[in-house]
Design a protein around this ligand. Structure first.
Ligand code: C5P
Length: 232
């Protein structure tokens, strides 16, 4: 039987990729499957937590309260509402950094409005984007100096000439101001949609780096909760 070390705790987990609508039939999205976030929710419930999962997927997870969202702005509202009354927030969602500046209430046509001379305009439209809010940073700002909720972020990083995956992770942890950052290396077939994951769990103010995997997303989830529990 799992340790019931999250008994009496309310944890809020976000998962999946957001979908940013262009018109009634189209959206900008990403390849996040939501599997890691869903595994975190299931693992927390098994450890005794009350779990709210805010996700763009439609999972049927026993013992988990699922709030369905599609867009980053809906995710933001749901996270702020849930975070007001919880012990831990985990932002595992892949939030779109940008959304279309306008939503067309009717389907955008291949051939759009005719020119003054009556001919059809068949040029490709340009999609203007605007930035989405950084929800994780907002949750940290809203917490202010309070000790709770504990806030966990995720970072998908690739190593490059500016530093290793871990260097980027440490810098992001400082920049975002969250308590824990789960760093995963992404690229060719790694992480997105896969059943296994390899991560490094970093804590702010500590040099410790917990490496997990390649392991199932369930095993990765328990390692993340272990670190969170150590912060209570
Ligand atoms: O900056 P980056 O997108 O790499 O940060 C990833 C972390 O920030 C994840 O925890 C993700 O859920 C969160 N995030 C967010 N709002 C955004 C973008 C990312 O909360 N607009």
């Amino acid at each position: 039987a799992p340790t019931r070390d999250l008994t009496g705790r309310h944890v809020v987990v976000s998962a999946g990729g957001t979908r940013e609508p262009l018109d009634p039939v189209r959206y900008l999205g990403n390849r996040s499957s939501g599997k890691q976030g869903h595994a975190l929710a299931v693992a927390a419930a098994a450890r005794g937590a009350r779990v709210t999962l805010v996700t763009s997927a439609k999972p049927d997870l026993p013992g988990v309260d699922v709030v369905h969202i599609e867009t980053a702005l809906q995710l933001r509202d749901a996270m702020h509402a849930a975070a007001a009354d919880c012990d831990v927030v985990v932002m595992a969602a892949a939030v779109a950094d940008f959304r279309p500046a306008t939503y067309a209430p009717t389907k955008i046509k291949k051939t759009h409005e005719s020119r003054p001379d009556g001919s059809a305009d068949e040029s490709a439209p340009t999609i203007e984007l605007v930035r989405n809010p950084d929800i994780l940073a907002e949750l940290v700002a809203r917490r202010g100096g309070a000790a709770t909720p504990i806030i966990v972020g995720f970072a998908a990083e690739t190593g490059d000439e500016d530093g290793s995956v871990l260097d980027h992770g440490r810098a992001k942890l400082e920049r975002k101001g969250c308590d824990v950052l789960v760093v995963n290396e992404v690229g060719e077939g790694k992480t997105f949609g896969a059943d296994d994951n390899t991560v490094t769990v970093l804590r702010r103010g500590s040099d410790a780096a917990v490496e997990v995997g390649p392991a199932t997303k369930a095993v990765v989830s328990d390692a993340v909760w272990d670190v969170v529990v150590s912060l209570f």
